[in-house]
Design a protein around this ligand. Structure first.
Ligand code: ARG
Length: 464
């Protein structure tokens, strides 16, 4: 090294002194971007192979670089690598170690490349791996819901609007509603993956390079569909991270909704489900307590994931082309959101697999609160030919009567009903039961057990 050791070895040529300690603290990203080590080395190995194949480097230099990088990777994965804050980031930490290992040839790796396209490729590869992991986790969660749906295809429970009893539905139908939600999340993952799968490598600092590189070769080696077509865009784009955070936020929102239902359903007031001991905790003072902590934490995780999305949107807003150091603030948000989401998905999968619906309580709740009032109104339309509005009015009168008597609709006598509308006959009692109610909702997408079974079959095929 001919350079002054106190200035940066990688870029210190024009610097007389090294950075202030505070400058180093605000500038360094190695504390978190070490998570990109594997992707960084993968990208560098592809770059070196291309430099060799195009004759920009000799084959022996290219090979020495590629081999040396494998050694660096094994040191990092083996935990023996010493990360240096003075070397700022993962890119320079890896390159510096490579120089120690193979000498001068290491300095040729950065030919026709910049840290700007390097970090863009590393981060894309990392996010792409996360999207694939997310795809798998969503599939596993969907399978857990489908298993619940199959077991409870004809288990009746109250369906709610405004958290007020609305109409009886089936447990299976409720479970499959979440399968639809997580299926949309999974399709957003796949859309985002397809859109982001372009290689920024070879955009160099921002303008491309005068070396005769082969960007198609590196794109292919790294599993990208094609090289990004505009070098300015390639180094300044973080849409892939924003899309990841957007779809993560929507997915976390879905998780929070079921988490909330679990908290409500497992309460002593509802007693709709029993959560397993594996995903609950006790109280240090109240011996009777079994708290749905995992559900509560899943419900809460959406806060930090939404926060990450807003944070990165705000960082990117108004940034002029192309790279600005602001963009170094992209990684911690994405790392934290990804970790939080994967943990929440795993916890939810466990809870869904383990939870036990309490069929008797669900059934009792399904029949209370005049939940079959719509069935009664429909019957008046179908059997007596009343206009729906009039049937609605008659039913309302009967609900009021039952409420005054403090009973449910099936408990009214035929005489009491006929006093409200003469045409009513004993056939009406058939539609006032919850089983008939759910069975009758056989319209496509409705809650009937037959419909649920058909959808379960469709999902099992999809998820096989
Ligand atoms: N650590 C930097 C980041 O995460 C790498 C890119 C640095 N580029 C530069 N021109 N200083 O964004």
């Amino acid at each position: 090294m001919t350079q002054d050791r106190s200035s940066n070895q990688m870029w210190g040529g024009r610097f007389a002194s090294g950075p202030d300690a505070i400058m180093e603290a605000i500038n360094a990203s190695i504390g978190f971007d070490k998570r990109l080590a594997r992707q960084d080395i993968e990208g560098s190995r592809a770059h070196a192979a291309m430099l060799g194949a195009t004759g920009i480097l000799t084959d022996s230099d290219a090979e020495a670089i590629r081999e040396g990088l494998l050694t660096v990777l094994s040191e990092i994965e083996g935990g023996t690598f010493e990360f240096s804050t003075a070397l700022e980031d993962i890119h320079m930490n890896v390159e510096n170690r490579l120089r120690e290992l193979i000498g001068e040839a290491a300095g040729r790796l950065h030919t026709a490349r910049s840290r700007n396209d390097q970090v863009a490729v590393d981060f894309r590869l990392w996010v792409r791996d996360q999207l694939d992991a997310l795809d798998g986790a969503l599939t596993a969660l969907m399978r857990a819901y489908v298993a619940q749906a199959e077991a409870g295809a004809d288990m009746v429970m109250p369906g709610f609007t405004h958290l007020q009893t609305a109409q009886p539905v089936t447990w299976g139908h409720h479970m499959l509603a979440y399968v639809e939600m997580f299926a949309r999340d999974r399709s957003r993952v796949r859309d985002a993956r397809a859109r982001m799968n372009e290689s920024p490598l070879g955009a160099a600092a921002l303008a491309g390079t005068s070396f005769p590189i082969d960007r198609h070769m590196t794109a292919q080696a790294l599993g990208f569909d094609r090289p990004a077509a505009n070098s300015l865009d390639a180094v300044s784009d973080r849409d892939f991270a924003l899309e990841f955070l957007s779809l993560a936020s929507i997915c976390a929102t879905h998780l929070s909704r079921f988490a909330e239902e679990l908290v409500i359903w497992s309460s002593a007031q509802f007693r709709f489900v029993a959560l397993s001991d594996r995903f609950s905790t006790g109280s240090s003072i109240m011996p009777q307590k079994k708290n749905p902590d995992a559900a509560e934490l899943v419900r809460a995780k959406v806060g930090r994931i939404n926060g990450a999305l807003i944070s990165l949107l705000t960082v990117m807003k108004g940034l002029p082309l192309t790279y600005s150091k602001d963009m170094q603030e992209d990684k911690e948000q994405v790392f934290d959101a990804a970790d939080s989401l994967m943990l929440a998905l795993a916890a939810m999968e466990g809870m869904v697999r383990d939870m036990a619906p309490r069929a008797d309580n669900l059934r009792a709740a399904a029949g209370s609160g005049f939940s079959t009032a719509t069935d009664l109104a429909d019957w008046l339309v179908r059997e007596l030919g009343l206009p729906f509005r009039e049937a609605h009015h008659v039913t309302g009168t009967l609900v009021k009567l039952a409420e005054d008597k403090n009973c449910d609709l099936p408990d009214l006598t035929l005489e009491e009903m006929r006093a409200v509308n003469q045409g009513i006959n004993a056939g009406v009692f058939e539609v006032l039961g919850v089983d008939n109610s759910v069975a009758s909702r056989a319209s496509y997408g409705g809650t009937s057990p037959a419909g649920v079974r058909a959808q379960v079959a469709r999902w099992k095929e999809d998820l096989a």
